[in-house]
Ligand binder design. Structure first.
Ligand code: FAD
Length: 625
């Protein structure tokens, strides 16, 4: 039998970003003994890197804002492919979740009259992002961690043990979920430092593992984002949806090569920054698609007036949803109007006084000065698209965040549906608060209803340990770093921002070769902190996720949001009705099948003008008026 340490919990939360922490707080507050497990250091997650803010229709900066407007913007941003119930809950509950954070100790930037200030972002009709300069994620994580400490202090008062009901296991990676029959019974993993195995016995697991960006070469994502939660869910029998939709953020750094892909926050554009090509032209006016034409300015004068008088002018096209801006930048560069390093110019220096730039965008100022020796108060930045966010994820019930596997829940970026084919900036931080809480509640309710606690079978533990150790067993195989680099390059080149049938077929061919190569790779050394081994384990997950992305992208014969087909360049209302569902078959092969969307509830349909709905829906889906 495998030698390991064992722990027993009611709820295990995998991931300590915003979704995981909010889920854990909820589960603990519902009386459940809860573990939080994270692969990296506690506090180091994508959530902490979020810059721009958290979208919530509080109406502080413009009193016309409300949940219905936020709902409409989110559905438009996702090109109506979103799970409408998730978008509804998100728009309705986000303001409460932001207020709640202040009760935990957060302090957002203020309006002159003392309310939470809100900033403009792409695709949001009104200034809606609650923020703390351009370091919003840091405040969010700091506050959620502070809440966890306060709950641990309560537990200490009651039991004499701070970690009696809520404990963090940091630098601990989960490699497999355990099941008893159909239901979840726990999670298996290893300590990154010692390489020793660890087993959590728990009837409910919440996945909050974030994104998949490390499957792509140019990405804003950091090392942990290898799609572990997506792959763990699939191996446990859950389904993923919307995996063809990858968000390429329009503005990543392009120079120097060592920092290529690092994010340049959308707040730069929200606060007045403009995009220009090498000819000095503000090119976004050429790229406003028909579906958005009525809402965006046609001239530079009107666009500039909007910053001061948004009620009487239309917004600048630099603030179109991210997919539109990313495609526009891609086209400019391809047409030979790019910058010396293959991007376009993002200029805020000619738009705001220097002290205003350093006050509003301190991290960006620091980032460019330190990494590229560019002073953004005096010169433009060079930027280009970078793989940023995955809209696809675990198929969940909107109200409880439960997957199709009993006891398995998912929230935050690892869950699918909420953002449809394209996420609006700022909607992730609010998503993870709204659905993190719901996942914690869902898991607690599930545990309460259980008649019997599911058990872990020793044979499954031995199998998980053998799988984890397999890369040490083979001699003379390939090194995981080489395979990773080739996988990233293939995904970037063949399933990137603009997709073609023959290239995606080529990608699937290469992925199948990677599968055989991964089965034969070799890891040198021991189990004590061994990054090569860690990568070898992560690679299996990156491969599964890449197969889902490429497979679903090949199948979807239209262009929508974060999925652009050169050979099918327009949106097709028939395809909007379909979700592509990824599951593993008995041999562990990714299968992609079609599922019909549930039609939007009548009262939500009525929030839109019929003329707008006609751009997205088939005739029979339109309201009967
Ligand atoms: P994360 O915060 O990504 O956390 C995932 C957690 O899972 C981590 O703790 C990780 O260690 C853990 N984990 C992963 N795999 C395992 C495993 N196998 N075992 C154990 N633990 C594991 N969104 C906005 O709304 N507004 C913004 O301004 C914004 N800015 C952004 C800026 C940057 C640079 C980036 C990269 C993203 C930004 N986003 C923004 C997106 C947003 O930050 C993320 O989508 C969001 O934080 C995801 O939160 P999460 O809780 O789902 O996961």
């Amino acid at each position: 039998m495998t030698e390991l340490e064992r722990h027993s919990y009611d709820v295990v939360v995998i991931g300590a970003g915003g979704a995981g922490l909010r889920a854990a707080i909820e589960a603990r507050e519902q009386g459940k003994k809860t573990a939080i497990i994270c692969k990296s250091l506690f506090g180091k997650a994508h959530t902490v890197m979020a810059e721009g803010g958290c979208a919530a229709a509080m109406g502080n900066a413009n009193s016309n804002d409300n949940w219905q407007v936020h709902y409409r913007d989110t559905m438009r941003g996702g090109k109506f492919l979103n799970n409408w119930r998730m978008a509804e809950l998100h728009a309705q509950e986000a303001p409460d979740r932001v207020w709640e954070l202040e009760t935990y100790g957060a302090l957002f930037d203020r309006t002159p009259d003392g309310r939470i200030s809100q900033r403009n972002f792409g695709g949001h009709t009104y200034p809606r992002l609650a923020h703390v300069g351009d370091r919003t994620g840091l405040e969010l994580i700091r506050t959620l961690q502070q809440k966890i400490v306060s709950l641990q202090q309560e537990d200490f008062e009651a039991t004499g043990d701070y970690e009696a009901n809520l404990k963090v296991y940091a630098e601990c990676t989960i490699t497999e979920l355990m099941k008893d029959g159909d239901a979840i019974s726990g999670a298996f993993g290893y300590w990154r430092e010692s390489g020793r195995f660890i087993l959590f016995d728990a009837p409910a697991v919440v996945l909050a593992t974030g994104g998949v960006g490390k499957s792509f070469k140019v990405t804003s994502n950091s090392w942990e984002y290898t799609g572990d939660g997506h792959a763990l869910a699939m191996r446990a029998g859950a389904t993923l949806i919307n995996m063809e939709f990858i968000q390429f953020h329009p503005t990543g750094m392009v120079w120097p090569p060592s920092v290529k892909g690092i994010l340049v926050t959308e707040s730069v554009r929200g606060d007045g920054g403009v995009l220009k090509n090498s000819e000095g032209k503000r090119f976004m006016f050429e790229y406003v698609p028909d579906v958005f034409r009525a809402q965006y300015a046609e001239t530079e004068d009107e666009a500039d007036r909007w910053y001061k008088d948004p009620d009487n002018n239309r917004r600048p096209p630099e603030l179109l949803p991210r997919d539109e801006v990313a495609r526009a930048i891609n086209s400019e560069v391809k047409a030979g109007r790019g910058t010396p390093h293959g991007g376009v110019f993002l200029d805020v220096s000619s738009r705001l006084p220097a002290e205003e730039i350093t006050r509003r965008l301190p991290s960006m100022h620091h980032q460019f000065k330190e990494l590229a020796d560019v002073d953004i108060t005096a010169e433009p930045m060079e930027v280009g698209p970078t793989c940023h966010y995955v809209m696809g994820g675990v198929e969940v019930d909107p109200d409880t965040a439960s997957s199709v596997v009993p006891g398995l829940f998912a929230a935050g970026e690892v869950a699918g549906g909420m953002h449809g084919s394209n996420r609006l900036g700022g909607n992730s931080l609010s998503d993870l608060l709204v659905f993190g809480r719901r996942a914690g509640m869902g898991a607690a309710t599930y545990v309460d209803q259980l008649q019997e606690r599911p058990k872990i079978d020793d044979a499954d533990v031995d199998a998980a340990a053998a799988d984890a150790l397999a890369p040490f067993e083979l001699e003379g195989g390939e090194n995981p770093y080489t395979i990773h680099q080739e996988l990233q390059q293939s995904m970037n080149d063949l399933v990137g921002i603009i997709r073609k049938e023959e290239e995606m077929e080529q990608a699937l061919g290469r992925l199948s070769e990677f599968r055989s190569r991964i089965a034969k790779m070799t890891v040198e050394g021991h189990r004590q902190f061994n990054p090569g081994w860690h990568l070898a384990l992560d690679l299996r997950n990156m491969l599964t996720v890449s197969e889902c992305v490429a497979g679903a992208a090949l199948m979807r014969q239209e262009s929508r949001g974060g999925h652009t087909r050169d050979d099918f360049p327009t949106m097709d209302p028939e395809w909007r009705k379909k979700l592509l569902v990824c599951a593993l078959d008995a041999d562990g092969v990714v299968n992609v099948t079609e599922e019909q969307q549930i039609p939007m509830r009548e009262d939500l349909l009525e929030l839109f003008e019929v003329d707008e709905l006609k751009k997205y829906l088939t005739d029979e889906e339109l309201p009967a008026k």
